[in-house]
Design a protein around this ligand. Structure first.
Ligand code: PAF
Length: 284
Protein backbone atom coordinates (compact mmCIF):
# COMPACT_ATOMS: atom_id res chain seq x y z
CA UNK A 1 0.00 0.00 0.00
CA UNK A 2 1.26 3.48 -0.79
CA UNK A 3 1.83 5.74 2.17
CA UNK A 4 0.15 9.13 1.70
CA UNK A 5 2.48 12.10 1.28
CA UNK A 6 2.57 14.59 4.12
CA UNK A 7 2.52 18.32 3.37
CA UNK A 8 3.23 20.92 6.01
CA UNK A 9 2.93 24.28 4.24
CA UNK A 10 -0.11 25.98 2.70
CA UNK A 11 1.52 26.56 -0.74
CA UNK A 12 2.54 22.89 -1.06
CA UNK A 13 -0.96 21.81 -0.03
CA UNK A 14 -2.60 24.14 -2.54
CA UNK A 15 -0.27 23.01 -5.32
CA UNK A 16 -1.26 19.37 -4.79
CA UNK A 17 -4.98 20.13 -4.66
CA UNK A 18 -4.75 22.43 -7.73
CA UNK A 19 -3.18 19.60 -9.77
CA UNK A 20 -6.12 17.31 -8.94
CA UNK A 21 -8.59 20.04 -9.77
CA UNK A 22 -6.95 20.55 -13.16
CA UNK A 23 -7.71 16.90 -13.85
CA UNK A 24 -11.35 17.52 -12.89
CA UNK A 25 -11.13 15.51 -9.65
CA UNK A 26 -13.34 16.08 -6.62
CA UNK A 27 -11.69 16.44 -3.22
CA UNK A 28 -12.92 15.40 0.24
CA UNK A 29 -11.41 16.60 3.51
CA UNK A 30 -11.43 14.60 6.74
CA UNK A 31 -10.38 16.91 9.60
CA UNK A 32 -8.77 15.06 12.55
CA UNK A 33 -6.49 15.67 15.50
CA UNK A 34 -4.59 12.44 14.80
CA UNK A 35 -4.27 9.44 17.16
CA UNK A 36 -6.38 7.78 14.53
CA UNK A 37 -8.72 4.88 15.24
CA UNK A 38 -11.24 2.93 13.19
CA UNK A 39 -13.73 5.81 13.51
CA UNK A 40 -11.38 8.15 11.62
CA UNK A 41 -10.59 5.47 9.05
CA UNK A 42 -14.33 5.07 8.40
CA UNK A 43 -14.48 8.83 7.71
CA UNK A 44 -11.60 8.52 5.24
CA UNK A 45 -13.36 5.60 3.49
CA UNK A 46 -16.52 7.71 3.32
CA UNK A 47 -14.42 10.51 1.81
CA UNK A 48 -13.30 8.11 -0.90
CA UNK A 49 -16.97 7.33 -1.69
CA UNK A 50 -17.77 11.03 -1.96
CA UNK A 51 -14.75 12.21 -3.96
CA UNK A 52 -11.81 11.15 -6.13
CA UNK A 53 -9.20 12.41 -3.67
CA UNK A 54 -9.07 12.37 0.11
CA UNK A 55 -7.07 14.81 2.24
CA UNK A 56 -6.84 13.98 5.96
CA UNK A 57 -5.75 16.87 8.13
CA UNK A 58 -3.92 16.07 11.35
CA UNK A 59 -3.63 19.02 13.68
CA UNK A 60 -4.02 19.10 17.45
CA UNK A 61 -5.69 22.49 17.66
CA UNK A 62 -4.62 24.38 20.80
CA UNK A 63 -7.50 26.86 20.41
CA UNK A 64 -10.16 24.27 21.21
CA UNK A 65 -8.58 23.13 24.51
CA UNK A 66 -9.27 24.97 27.77
CA UNK A 67 -6.34 25.92 30.05
CA UNK A 68 -7.02 22.94 32.37
CA UNK A 69 -7.54 20.45 29.52
CA UNK A 70 -5.28 17.82 28.00
CA UNK A 71 -3.64 19.67 25.06
CA UNK A 72 -0.10 18.69 26.10
CA UNK A 73 -0.90 15.08 26.82
CA UNK A 74 -3.38 14.59 23.95
CA UNK A 75 -2.16 11.39 22.18
CA UNK A 76 0.05 12.09 19.14
CA UNK A 77 0.82 9.14 16.88
CA UNK A 78 2.87 10.55 13.95
CA UNK A 79 4.11 7.79 11.66
CA UNK A 80 1.53 5.29 12.95
CA UNK A 81 -1.27 7.56 11.73
CA UNK A 82 0.39 7.75 8.32
CA UNK A 83 0.59 3.96 8.08
CA UNK A 84 -3.07 3.61 9.03
CA UNK A 85 -4.00 5.97 6.20
CA UNK A 86 -2.20 3.87 3.56
CA UNK A 87 -4.59 3.42 0.66
CA UNK A 88 -7.26 5.56 2.39
CA UNK A 89 -5.87 9.08 2.05
CA UNK A 90 -4.05 10.69 -0.87
CA UNK A 91 -2.50 13.41 1.23
CA UNK A 92 -2.00 14.30 4.89
CA UNK A 93 -2.17 17.99 5.75
CA UNK A 94 -0.14 18.36 8.95
CA UNK A 95 0.60 22.01 9.70
CA UNK A 96 2.50 23.08 12.81
CA UNK A 97 0.86 25.47 15.28
CA UNK A 98 3.02 28.30 13.87
CA UNK A 99 1.80 27.62 10.34
CA UNK A 100 -1.85 27.46 11.43
CA UNK A 101 -1.62 30.45 13.77
CA UNK A 102 1.36 32.62 12.77
CA UNK A 103 2.42 35.41 15.11
CA UNK A 104 -0.23 38.12 15.01
CA UNK A 105 -3.12 35.78 14.20
CA UNK A 106 -6.17 37.63 15.53
CA UNK A 107 -9.32 36.18 13.97
CA UNK A 108 -11.83 33.97 15.75
CA UNK A 109 -15.00 32.52 14.28
CA UNK A 110 -17.87 32.45 16.80
CA UNK A 111 -20.98 30.46 15.98
CA UNK A 112 -23.88 31.10 18.35
CA UNK A 113 -27.05 28.96 18.15
CA UNK A 114 -25.87 25.32 18.22
CA UNK A 115 -22.67 26.22 20.17
CA UNK A 116 -24.74 27.19 23.22
CA UNK A 117 -25.14 24.74 26.08
CA UNK A 118 -23.84 21.18 26.47
CA UNK A 119 -20.16 21.07 25.36
CA UNK A 120 -20.32 24.82 24.78
CA UNK A 121 -21.24 25.35 28.44
CA UNK A 122 -18.83 22.72 29.80
CA UNK A 123 -15.90 23.94 27.68
CA UNK A 124 -16.09 27.74 27.23
CA UNK A 125 -14.37 28.79 24.00
CA UNK A 126 -14.21 25.23 22.66
CA UNK A 127 -16.52 25.72 19.69
CA UNK A 128 -14.94 29.05 18.77
CA UNK A 129 -11.64 27.14 18.59
CA UNK A 130 -13.23 24.39 16.51
CA UNK A 131 -15.01 26.82 14.16
CA UNK A 132 -11.83 28.88 13.71
CA UNK A 133 -9.65 25.92 12.78
CA UNK A 134 -12.30 24.19 10.67
CA UNK A 135 -12.95 27.34 8.64
CA UNK A 136 -9.18 27.69 8.10
CA UNK A 137 -8.90 24.04 7.06
CA UNK A 138 -11.74 24.55 4.56
CA UNK A 139 -10.04 27.62 3.09
CA UNK A 140 -6.62 25.97 3.01
CA UNK A 141 -7.73 22.74 1.33
CA UNK A 142 -10.74 24.01 -0.65
CA UNK A 143 -12.59 20.65 -0.61
CA UNK A 144 -15.89 19.81 -2.30
CA UNK A 145 -16.99 17.92 0.80
CA UNK A 146 -15.84 17.50 4.41
CA UNK A 147 -16.65 14.46 6.52
CA UNK A 148 -17.32 14.66 10.27
CA UNK A 149 -18.29 11.92 12.73
CA UNK A 150 -21.73 12.04 14.31
CA UNK A 151 -20.06 11.09 17.60
CA UNK A 152 -19.47 14.82 18.18
CA UNK A 153 -23.06 15.70 17.28
CA UNK A 154 -22.92 19.25 18.57
CA UNK A 155 -19.67 19.92 16.69
CA UNK A 156 -21.29 18.63 13.49
CA UNK A 157 -24.23 21.05 13.91
CA UNK A 158 -21.85 23.94 14.66
CA UNK A 159 -19.87 23.19 11.49
CA UNK A 160 -23.05 22.89 9.42
CA UNK A 161 -24.34 26.22 10.75
CA UNK A 162 -21.01 27.97 10.12
CA UNK A 163 -20.74 26.58 6.59
CA UNK A 164 -24.25 27.75 5.73
CA UNK A 165 -23.82 31.16 7.40
CA UNK A 166 -20.52 31.89 5.62
CA UNK A 167 -21.72 30.51 2.26
CA UNK A 168 -18.73 28.19 2.19
CA UNK A 169 -18.83 26.23 -1.08
CA UNK A 170 -18.69 22.65 0.18
CA UNK A 171 -21.02 20.01 1.54
CA UNK A 172 -20.79 18.78 5.10
CA UNK A 173 -21.32 15.06 5.49
CA UNK A 174 -22.05 13.49 8.87
CA UNK A 175 -20.94 9.87 9.21
CA UNK A 176 -22.48 7.48 11.80
CA UNK A 177 -20.51 6.88 15.00
CA UNK A 178 -18.21 3.87 14.88
CA UNK A 179 -18.49 1.71 18.03
CA UNK A 180 -16.58 -1.20 19.48
CA UNK A 181 -18.31 -4.58 19.68
CA UNK A 182 -19.86 -3.55 23.03
CA UNK A 183 -21.33 -0.30 21.70
CA UNK A 184 -18.72 2.11 23.10
CA UNK A 185 -18.22 5.04 20.74
CA UNK A 186 -14.59 5.05 19.55
CA UNK A 187 -12.61 8.06 20.74
CA UNK A 188 -8.91 8.88 20.95
CA UNK A 189 -9.47 9.70 24.64
CA UNK A 190 -10.60 6.09 25.35
CA UNK A 191 -6.84 5.44 25.51
CA UNK A 192 -6.92 7.08 28.97
CA UNK A 193 -9.33 4.41 30.34
CA UNK A 194 -8.08 1.47 32.44
CA UNK A 195 -9.42 -2.01 31.49
CA UNK A 196 -11.88 -1.80 34.43
CA UNK A 197 -13.07 1.65 33.35
CA UNK A 198 -13.42 0.44 29.77
CA UNK A 199 -15.86 -2.26 30.93
CA UNK A 200 -17.94 0.40 32.73
CA UNK A 201 -17.75 2.86 29.81
CA UNK A 202 -19.24 0.19 27.56
CA UNK A 203 -22.50 0.39 29.53
CA UNK A 204 -23.25 3.95 28.46
CA UNK A 205 -24.57 3.36 24.96
CA UNK A 206 -27.03 0.67 26.15
CA UNK A 207 -28.37 3.11 28.76
CA UNK A 208 -28.88 5.74 26.06
CA UNK A 209 -30.61 3.33 23.72
CA UNK A 210 -32.94 2.24 26.53
CA UNK A 211 -33.63 5.87 27.35
CA UNK A 212 -34.40 6.68 23.70
CA UNK A 213 -37.02 3.91 23.75
CA UNK A 214 -38.32 4.95 27.18
CA UNK A 215 -38.92 8.48 25.92
CA UNK A 216 -41.66 7.06 23.70
CA UNK A 217 -43.54 5.70 26.71
CA UNK A 218 -42.94 8.09 29.61
CA UNK A 219 -42.53 11.79 30.24
CA UNK A 220 -39.08 13.24 29.59
CA UNK A 221 -38.60 13.92 33.32
CA UNK A 222 -39.48 10.34 34.33
CA UNK A 223 -37.38 8.73 31.61
CA UNK A 224 -34.36 10.92 32.49
CA UNK A 225 -34.67 10.07 36.17
CA UNK A 226 -34.60 6.34 35.38
CA UNK A 227 -31.61 6.78 33.05
CA UNK A 228 -29.66 8.74 35.68
CA UNK A 229 -30.28 5.91 38.14
CA UNK A 230 -29.01 3.42 35.52
CA UNK A 231 -25.87 5.55 34.99
CA UNK A 232 -25.13 5.49 38.72
CA UNK A 233 -25.86 1.75 39.01
CA UNK A 234 -23.45 1.04 36.12
CA UNK A 235 -20.61 2.69 38.06
CA UNK A 236 -20.36 5.67 35.72
CA UNK A 237 -19.56 9.03 37.32
CA UNK A 238 -21.18 12.46 37.27
CA UNK A 239 -23.56 13.27 34.44
CA UNK A 240 -22.53 16.56 32.81
CA UNK A 241 -25.67 16.44 30.70
CA UNK A 242 -28.24 13.98 29.49
CA UNK A 243 -30.91 15.58 27.37
CA UNK A 244 -33.19 15.13 24.40
CA UNK A 245 -32.71 18.05 22.00
CA UNK A 246 -33.95 19.17 18.62
CA UNK A 247 -31.39 17.43 16.41
CA UNK A 248 -30.35 20.41 14.28
CA UNK A 249 -30.58 23.41 16.60
CA UNK A 250 -29.84 21.57 19.89
CA UNK A 251 -32.82 23.28 21.52
CA UNK A 252 -33.57 21.28 24.70
CA UNK A 253 -36.97 19.56 24.60
CA UNK A 254 -39.22 19.11 27.61
CA UNK A 255 -41.66 16.92 25.75
CA UNK A 256 -41.50 15.03 22.48
CA UNK A 257 -44.40 15.62 20.15
CA UNK A 258 -42.96 14.09 16.97
CA UNK A 259 -42.75 17.49 15.26
CA UNK A 260 -38.94 17.61 14.89
CA UNK A 261 -36.15 15.00 14.72
CA UNK A 262 -34.73 14.44 18.23
CA UNK A 263 -31.22 13.53 19.36
CA UNK A 264 -30.33 12.38 22.83
CA UNK A 265 -27.04 13.93 23.97
CA UNK A 266 -24.95 12.65 26.87
CA UNK A 267 -21.67 13.48 28.57
CA UNK A 268 -20.75 11.37 31.59
CA UNK A 269 -17.55 11.35 33.60
CA UNK A 270 -15.45 8.29 34.28
CA UNK A 271 -12.20 8.95 36.12
CA UNK A 272 -10.45 11.74 34.22
CA UNK A 273 -12.36 11.02 31.00
CA UNK A 274 -15.59 12.60 29.81
CA UNK A 275 -17.51 10.06 27.74
CA UNK A 276 -19.59 11.69 25.00
CA UNK A 277 -22.27 9.85 23.11
CA UNK A 278 -25.56 10.52 21.34
CA UNK A 279 -28.31 8.53 19.69
CA UNK A 280 -31.31 9.33 17.52
CA UNK A 281 -34.64 9.18 19.33
CA UNK A 282 -37.27 7.40 17.23
CA UNK A 283 -40.23 9.70 16.65
CA UNK A 284 -43.27 8.80 18.77
O1 PAF B 1 -13.27 16.39 15.95
C1 PAF B 1 -12.05 16.72 15.95
O2 PAF B 1 -11.15 15.89 15.94
C2 PAF B 1 -11.70 18.19 15.98
O3 PAF B 1 -12.59 18.92 16.74
C3 PAF B 1 -11.55 18.81 14.58
C4 PAF B 1 -12.87 18.79 13.82
C5 PAF B 1 -10.50 18.06 13.79
C6 PAF B 1 -11.11 20.27 14.69
O4 PAF B 1 -9.89 20.38 15.34
Amino acid sequence: MTLPDVVTTVPSLRQRVAAWRQDGERVALVPTMGALHEGHLALARRGREEADRVVVSIFVNPKQFGPAEDFNKYPRAGERDRMLLSGLADLIWAPTVDIMYPAGHATTIEVSGPSAGFEGAMRPGHFAGVATVVSKLFLQVGPDAAIFGEKDWQQLQVVRRMTADLDLPLSIIGHPTVRDEHGLALSSRNAYLSPEQLAVARRLNGILRDLAEDLRRRSVAEALEAARAAVAAAGLGAVDYLAPVEAETLRPLERLDGAVPVRLLAAVRLGSVRLLDNVAVPLP
